[in-house]
Design a binder for this molecule. Structure first.
Ligand code: PMP
Length: 402
């Protein structure tokens, strides 16, 4: 990717920020919760309005122009998801629209994995990531147990020092009965890239890998055409990638094992949501996802570098902040997510205090598997509309609380 001068970046960022009506309409507030759901640029709002006022009909049913156009838009969105993930011409791959990552992971578990598992099989799953990427595999195990089929869930090993997956231990954990690996691209609490580009080498060529890409698609490049990212499923939420809530997709490579075929009659798809996803992916591509990611990382680094100087704050994950010029530091590479706690102020109180200054952050246990209420943290998650000035104002408040 080409280098831009700071002035070019500032101009680019200002132009993009201006395209978020909810942001420009509330200059007194700073939205720092894009990991929960992303705000929508005008182009997405326009696409929804245009679709609903000119075309709205059911997809795959009917022969009149609005119905045909709707069907065509859904198919175009399917192709667009493939392109966006670096898989424009794959012969075998497929895209299934869902309501989000949670439903997508459940679809892979219930409709693809369960029918293939036999007594004594093992699957490797993450026990410290989002619960949406643990419960579907636990449910699969329960479903099979009820049929007398005993499947073992083993923990995907983590490195204690860096927090990403321990690829060496993983290679040792994969055995002849390992049938599946579920992993996460970017950790929603620790904010780091889990070094998933090393998974395939660790897991070997045979075992399918499913990637929870809820915190990566729409935030940083995800390229399944990269041989190092030879995963079998990419599951993501459209609403975190600037589309409407209730949208998401599963991309399936369909080369290891059967083709993913969601069971049963699917019913009417969320056509408006799919149209919004099409517009959102277009918008993100035009903005440049790699540039968006670099902006978020820059802001996250600005925040962590100064927060680290204050003893009262504990920053979770990603031991070292990204030093300028070393974006490939070993271990977790921080993306646009910074999670921390204050030594004396409970996290929900800190959330209220920050909102009294206009900052919208997430303050709770972040749906992390195994975490409970007392594990409250504050999470700041950044996107292209956020600015250095917002980070500096936030730091001033956090410093005043130290
Ligand atoms: N996985 C991760 C890593 C997430 O951050 C989230 C959302 N917080 C999910 C899964 C679930 O996504 P959704 O609620 O859109 O289904």
């Amino acid at each position: 990717m080409r280098e831009y001068t700071p002035d070019e970046d500032r101009l680019w960022q200002r132009k993009l920020r201006a395209q978020f009506p909810i942001i420009t309409g509330h200059p007194e507030l700073a939205y720092l919760d894009s990991a929960a759901t992303a705000q929508k640029p005008q182009a997405v709002l326009d696409a929804v309005q245009t679709y609903l006022t000119t075309t709205n009909a059911n997809a795959g049913r009917g022969t009149y122009p609005w119905a045909n156009k709707t069907t065509e838009l859904v198919e175009r969105a399917r192709r667009r998801v493939k392109e966006f993930l670096g898989d424009p011409d794959a012969e075998h791959s497929s895209v299934h629209f869902t309501s989000g990552t949670t439903e997508g992971l459940r679809t892979v578990a219930r409709d693809w994995l369960v029918p293939q598992l036999a007594d004594g099989d093992e699957i490797l799953v993450p026990f410290s990531d989002h619960r949406a990427n643990l419960e579907p595999w636990q449910e699969a195990r329960r479903l099979l147990a009820a049929r007398g089929v005993d499947v073992h869930l083993r923990a995907l090993p983590y490195q204690e020092t860096s927090g990403d997956y321990d690829h060496r231990a993983l290679a040792e954990a994969v055995g002849p009965r390992t049938r599946f690996v579920a992993a996460t691209h970017v950790h929603h609490v620790y904010g780091g890239d889990m070094n998933v580009h090393r998974l395939r080498a660790a897991v070997g060529p045979r075992v399918p890998i499913c990637l929870d890409a809820a915190q990566s698609v729409g935030h940083l490049p995800v390229d399944v055409g990269d041989p190092a990212l030879d995963v079998d499923f990419v599951v993501f939420s459209g609403h975190k990638a600037m589309a409407l809530p209730g949208t998401g997709a599963v991309w399936a490579r369909n080369t290891r094992g059967p083709v993913l075929a969601p069971a049963g009659w699917a019913g009417t798809p969320n056509t408006v949501g799919v149209v919004s996803l099409l517009a959102a992916l277009d918008w993100l591509d035009a903005a440049g996802v790699d540039r968006v990611a670099r902006h978020a990382v820059r802001l996250a680094t600005r925040l962590t570098d100064r927060l680290r100087l204050l003893d009262v704050y504990e920053i979770l994950g990603c031991g070292a902040s990204l030093a300028a010029g070393s974006p490939l530091a070993e271990g977790q590479r921080r993306q646009g997510i910074v999670t921390f706690r204050h030594r004396d102020i409970p996290s929900d109180d800190l959330g209220f205090i920050l909102f009294s200054h206009g900052f919208m952050v997430r303050a709770d246990s972040l749906c992390q598997a195994g975490a409970d209420e007392k594990d409250g943290v504050v999470r700041v998650s950044l996107h292209v509309h956020n600015t250095e000035e917002e980070i500096d104002r936030l730091l001033a408040v956090l410093e005043s609380l130290a």
